[in-house]
Design a binder for this molecule. Sequence first.
Ligand code: PLP
Length: 430
Amino acid sequence: MSYFASVPAAPADALFGLMAKYKADTFDKKVDLGVGAYRDNTGKPWVLPVVSKVDSLIVADPTANHEYLPITGLPDFTKSAAKLILGPDSPAIKENRVASCQTISGTGANHLGSLFLSRFPSSAAPPKSVFLSRSPPSPGATGDTPPRAAGGRIWISNPTWANHKQIFENVGLTVKQYPYWDPKTLGLDLKGMLNALENETRPGDIVLLHACAHNPTGVDPAREEWEKIAAVCKSKKLFPFFDSAYQGFASGDLERDAWAVQYFVSQGLELLICQSFAKNFGLYGQRAGCLHFITQTAKASENVKSQLAFLQRSEISNPPIYGARIVARVLNNPELFNEWKENLLEMANRIKSMRDALKSELIKLDTPGNWDHITNQIGMFSFTGLSPQQVDRLVNEFHVYLTKNGRISMAGLNTHNVAYVAKAFDAVVR
Ligand code: PLP
């Protein structure tokens, strides 16, 4: 009898399944609008020129080696990453209230951050819900061992990045949803969101927020809307869990894309930030990411960092060096930093021009419906409002690949395929 006889097949990952189908398609006009990675105007992956430059500097550097990093990562990387998201003059940094830990890109930051929160629920949470599920220490455990998963609740937007739910459930958090997307207005359902956060949450609950360029909708709260969200987090003692996977990619401006996070910090809220350098550096496969906790005191930050190191040691021991080294060199050199900003702007501008092009093609075709949301939304993705049946037709009849929820990656559009895509959209909505 095989050990594995009772192991059922896991469900396939929908996005990666779509990518495989696209790859196998031999139609010459096929279009990939599922991909969550930047493509240039010829549909090819783009190595940022600043990254190529730093690559050759590292290769030529006789002092660069492949030794282990410290458990919490490359200090030049984590420190400059904190400055990038919090601002160079952040009081939280000056007062040593930031606990940073390098992670396996943004996914790893989501995992480590939620793992920590499941082990250490907020002291604002009702004690019963916290301690009932806490397992007793295992035999032989020392007093230093963090408690076993105690659970806790995290609120995620409906919809959100497909991986959030499984990452959080994997560490024992209970996942709840707050309304976010309003299918009638094709925009933000602020009322529904605030109502859920105000009336359905408990003190100590965690609230996942996309720092900018919400995935999959491309709809971000305006500044005055963020202010209302922060006020509810404060009054209801909720813990903001910021996922920042697109800084600089949304508006082309690093500062503007960090506004929400910095505003929450300025309001005295304790929070965490998951930071990915996959998209804004084009370093998808290098897994360069960072997790930052902002605490009220320097002492708390020190303790949190020690616990992050403790958890990280048993999971990956030490984070990967290469991508972090590239990012650190760029962030710590003013000339390279300016070059990076230009590269970022080039990507953001190309995506914006594709939004304009798609909308104007649809208007030209007199396609039924209002397509303003395509240019109102920001970042890599757009939520088209197309139904699952329309998506099926796009994939099967027109070889235009997108996810079932009607999300398209603007990066998959270019001047050669945008008219074809608009015609396909036109055909399926009529
Ligand atoms: N968070 C969001 C909202 C994302 O869209 C993504 C990637 O698509 C990630 C996190 C994680 O990306 P990575 O692990 O490649 O940094």
